[in-house]
Ligand binder design. Structure first.
Ligand SMILES: Cc1cc2nc3c(=O)[nH]c(=O)nc-3n(C[C@H](O)[C@H](O)[C@H](O)COP(=O)(O)OP(=O)(O)OC[C@H]3O[C@@H](n4cnc5c(N)ncnc54)[C@H](O)[C@@H]3O)c2cc1C
Length: 525
């Protein structure tokens, strides 16, 4: 395995030697990474720049579902569901180490619900075609209680079981970034795009970007520039045209992470209709339970959104209505908020949850291409559509998309989840070799979580991690699983990173300080 290709020095050297890129992609979330991979596999010279870290934004803060969206089916959005179910199947084939088949139970408390969801989910099964994850079935009250030992049993009639996908979002993002690099692309995190470059005719032909580690500024030329910045879309559109009207309205969704005892079996729960008309999921994830989500329209966005009191209370109240084990704020191990980049409503009467969740490609007069919306599940198709649009505009030469059957870095046969290293897939051997060579790296970082020092070293050497946040939020996920444990291990992690990157004690201290500020958003006080 040629691991030097993931070194920042190697990637920066590549960036400096190339005079004109075919495509520069701004933003390293699921959308931008998918586009970088699509471009690289079609043979285009590709550069992606991410201001903080891959999946720092919404792409690490999802419900962790690879799904067609039962909710969209209920809204009659058949095409969106069919497309997402097809992509779900491809994701499972191409990243089997990170995407698993998860059973969901919809508990039914009325005869009508029992009937309605049984029929509805047959349609869901049908739409998945030959990439089905398994048939939905009806189960009686007894079986529902046996499979969901913590479910509220008063008035329970039974349940409907269906199959969907589940994944580790930011680890997939990192693996897609690695795959794109292996396919010849140059991807840099901690590199912020500050400005767009234009030719005399006003056509965008590059970007000005700043290396966040050195403050060095670069002017980078490209045939096409693609804006894939999620809730930051308007900032880039306004770099193009300062008077551009906002296209995006952020809508926040939060999740609470609980101990596994709140959902002791292997099944997830889906509550199809909460008080605010949304869906609530309780999903097993890395030996914890993720509960969410909400839909709160905000007036502003940030890289570190904070869960609102009303959102925390709503999730706790709704969970308590469906569980017979009391859940309170003290039980929350971590919480996180993510922002949906929804199309700004045209007037006050439009609600965000009624706005289409399918993706949208906008082409500016300057030929800047912007892609917004969509879902993690459809990242590959969104990329294909975006690159096809660039070809149609004669910005890139015609070449066929090659990502449908492309294996993602780490892809391997699924490994038993009892080994927490299973998420590394074929890279497991590399981590185990590191542990053998340096037995001290086998040491755990905290008694409540299984992660070892070797994973920190691996993340820095081979997964482009540069900060404590990069490691603990998006490479080993401790911040999402147990914020208290993440805070406790931060100084030790800083020392391990500093040793790898040749940093001093002052850097370590600043890192810990920065990380504590971030981690504060994950603690439910
Ligand atoms: C609460 C919630 C739950 C969800 N659950 C699911 C789910 O279970 N399944 C599913 O399929 N989908 C889910 N989604 C949708 C999915 O997470 C998003 O569609 C997807 O992550 C969006 O990715 P993105 O790349 O467009 O945006 P982001 O992930 O936000 O990426 C944009 C990136 O651009 C970078 N950036 C911004 N400005 C600049 C700049 N000037 N220079 C360089 N970089 C810049 C940002 O730092 C950021 O990393 C969920 C969404 C939310 C909000």
């Amino acid at each position: 395995m040629k691991m030097d290709r993931f070194k920042r020095e190697t990637l920066i050297a590549q960036m400096k030697t190339n005079e004109t890129w075919d495509a520069i992609i701004v933003g390293g979330g699921a959308t931008g990474l998918g586009i970088a991979l699509d471009c690289a596999t079609r043979g285009y010279k590709t550069l992606l720049l991410e201001q903080v870290d891959f999946a720092k934004g919404t792409s690490s803060r999802s419900t962790k579902l690879v799904h067609g969206g039962v909710r969209y089916l209920a809204q009659g959005n058949i095409d969106l569901v069919r497309e997402a179910l097809h992509e779900r199947g491809l994701m499972m084939k191409n990243a089997a180490h990170l995407v698993s088949n998860q059973s969901f139970i919809i508990p039914n408390y009325s005869w009508w619900d029992h009937f309605f969801y049984t029929v509805g989910l047959k349609v869901y099964d049908f739409l998945s075609g030959n990439l089905s994850f398994g048939k939905s079935t009806r189960i009686g009250k007894k079986e529902t209680m046996a499979r969901l030992p913590t479910i509220e049993t008063a008035h329970l009639r039974g349940g409907v079981v269906y199959q969907d996908g589940q994944f580790d979002d930011s680890r997939l993002a990192v693996n897609i970034a690695q795959t794109a690099i292996e396919q010849g692309a140059t991807l840099l995190n901690h590199f912020e795009v500050k400005q767009l470059l234009k030719n005399d005719a006003g056509i965008v032909n590059g970007v000005v970007a700043v290396d966040q580690e050195t403050n060095e500024t670069y002017q980078l030329k490209s045939k096409v520039v693609i804006n894939a910045t999620g809730v930051f879309t308007d900032e880039v559109l306004q770099m193009d045209k300062p008077s551009a009207k906002d296209q995006i309205k952020p809508s926040q969704g939060i999740h609470l992470v609980l101990d596994k005892s709140f959902l002791a079996g292997n099944d997830a729960i889906m509550i199809p209709k909460t008080d605010d008309g949304r869906v609530l999921f309780l999903v097993p994830w890395h030996n914890r339970v993720v509960v969410g989500t909400t839909d709160t329209v905000l007036d502003s966005h940030s890289l570190e959104p904070r869960a609102l009191e009303a959102e925390i209370n709503f999730i706790l109240t709704t969970a308590n209505r469906y569980l017979n084990k009391d859940v309170s704020r003290d039980d929350v191990l971590s919480m996180y908020a993510g922002l949906r980049p929804l199309a700004a409503p045209k007037d006050d009467s439009e609600k965000t949850k009624e706005i289409s969740r399918s993706h949208k490609i906008i082409v500016s007069d300057s030929e800047l291409i912007t892609i917004t919306g969509g879902k993690w599940t459809t990242y590959r198709k969104m990329a294909e559509d975006t690159v096809n649009r660039a070809i149609k505009m004669n910005k890139l030469p015609q070449k066929e998309c090659r990502t449908k059957d492309l294996l993602i870095h780490g892809s391997s046969k699924p490994i038993a989840e009892s080994n927490h290293l299973y998420v590394y897939g074929s890279d497991i051997m590399g981590i185990e070799a590191l542990q053998q060579e340096h037995p001290e790296l086998k040491e755990r970082l905290h008694e409540r979580v299984p992660f070892t020092k070797a994973e920190v070293v691996w993340a820095v050497r081979h997964e482009m991690a540069r900060t404590i946040d990069d490691v603990l939020a998006r490479r080993v996920r401790v911040l999402f699983l147990d914020a208290g444990a993440a805070i406790a291990m931060a100084p030790e992690v800083a020392a391990l990173i500093a040793k790898e990157l040749g940093r001093d004690k002052q850097w370590e201290a600043e890192q810990v300080k920065d990380f504590l500020k971030i981690a504060d958003h994950f603690v439910c006080k």
